[in-house]
Design a protein around this ligand. Sequence first.
Ligand SMILES: Nc1ncnc2c1ncn2[C@@H]1O[C@H](COP(=O)(O)OP(=O)(O)O)[C@@H](O)[C@H]1O
Ligand SMILES: [Mg+2]
Length: 220
Amino acid sequence: MSDFVVSIKNLSVFRKKEEILKNINYSLKNSEFNYITGAVGSGKSSFLKVLYADIAFESGEVNVADYNLSNIKTEDIPFLRRKLGIIFQDYMMLSDRNIYDNLKFVLEISGISNNKKVKTLIFEVLEKVKLSGKEKRMPYELSGGEQQRAAIARALLNNPLLIIADEPTGNLDEESSTNFMNILFDITKTGTAVIMATHDMNLIKKFPAKVYSINNGVMK
Ligand SMILES: Nc1ncnc2c1ncn2[C@@H]1O[C@H](COP(=O)(O)OP(=O)(O)O)[C@@H](O)[C@H]1O
Ligand SMILES: [Mg+2]
């Protein structure tokens, strides 16, 4: 296992025949926290989608969690994603089941079905995000901030090397954003790297880390 969880050379991404990311070089080490900023439509989400193999790229070399995405096989993509935790702006909880069952569902997909193990893992991640005791709540019975912390819990279930968060605080008030960020920063202390897209400059000031910004397809 290398020190780098992401390493990118000369990446170029096209969408609708337009080159939206040009010749990007980027790397991220274990435990590191990086921000990706840029105007709406600048390509933040597209960049993150490349990392979790959701969109293809035109040229370049992309390595994520020891997978070479230039030639990753379709059947290997779920294994790549098991090493990642992905968090979106809208919490993406399954609305028909409680938090416990939302998390259980993720473990089942990963092939973990032993009830005792499932329970231990779920209680462990809920404690990390300060949601102990709320496992029986339905998503709509939680505040936005609590749902987003449940989304972190879900992202942590596979003990990921990297958390990818795409404007995760976009729907949260200031206090909930602060709680969310404290938890994300805590997680990096155990080796997990975080890459987070945001255009909230106040949040970046409050939680300083390396900032990359995308402008006209160029990331610096
Ligand atoms: N599904 C899609 N198909 C084609 N083009 C897209 C798609 N999603 C986004 N784009 C285009 O890619 C560019 C970057 O979008 P995006 O990565 O979503 O930016 P951001 O996350 O910074 O707002 C935009 O020009 C957008 O129109
Ligand atoms: Mg976006």
